[in-house]
Unconditional design. Structure first.
Length: 188
């Protein structure tokens, strides 16, 4: 018999100071049987960082041709592809061909090794790559309950998370910035 996903229900009070976005998110998350709680919470954090009315969780780990999160425009075009983890060069190239904007959030303890092996091969590709610190993701995962309310405050490259059972702060490092950001930096 196949294992079923574990369902989590989160109410998130989001304050994104970078984008001036303040809203309450009602999220129902399916954790695949082979997915760690840390990876699932990295998906939730990436959702909060990129929150948008059109942003959606995909079938995740069980759908190898889909990202972890995606955003489609009203006319059905794939505007944003978000992967969590350390994807292969081939997967990254496919994502860049498929979506207008691609973001990767690396989180594994092997993230440094992955980036040293893949970073040069991604030169010239228009995408954003970020690295979460594994120990900080573990701290977030330790606070998780199946049903919970929590707040997320995003500012610069960090997020402060407060739950009933504790709080933690996470930061992410930008490993690669896409052209859009680089172009706006040159203009400004």
């Amino acid at each position: 018999m196949a294992l079923k996903p574990t369902i989590y229900k989160f109410t998130v009070d989001l304050a994104d100071l970078n984008r001036g976005k303040y809203e309450t998110l009602e999220l129902t998350i399916a954790q695949h049987p082979s997915e760690s709680i840390e990876r699932m919470m990295a998906r939730v954090l990436a959702y909060c960082i990129n929150a948008d009315q059109q942003l959606a969780f995909t079938r995740g780990v069980s759908a190898v041709d889909e990202p972890d999160l995606w955003l489609h425009t009203l006319d059905g075009q794939l505007a944003l592809w978000i992967d969590i983890g350390e994807p292969s060069v081939e997967r990254v190239r496919k994502a860049v061909r498929s979506a207008k904007k691609v973001k990767i959030y690396s989180l594994n303890t092997k993230s440094d090794v992955w980036w040293s092996q893949i970073g040069d091969k991604l030169e010239g590709l228009d995408l954003w790559v970020y690295r979460f610190q594994w120990n900080e993701i573990k701290s977030l995962a330790a606070l998780v309950q199946r049903t919970m309310n929590f707040s997320v405050t995003v500012t610069d490259n960090s997020a402060y998370i407060a739950t009933e059972s504790g709080e933690t702060e996470l930061a992410w490092t930008t490993l690669k910035s896409g052209r859009e950001q680089a172009d706006s930096n040159r203009r400004g």
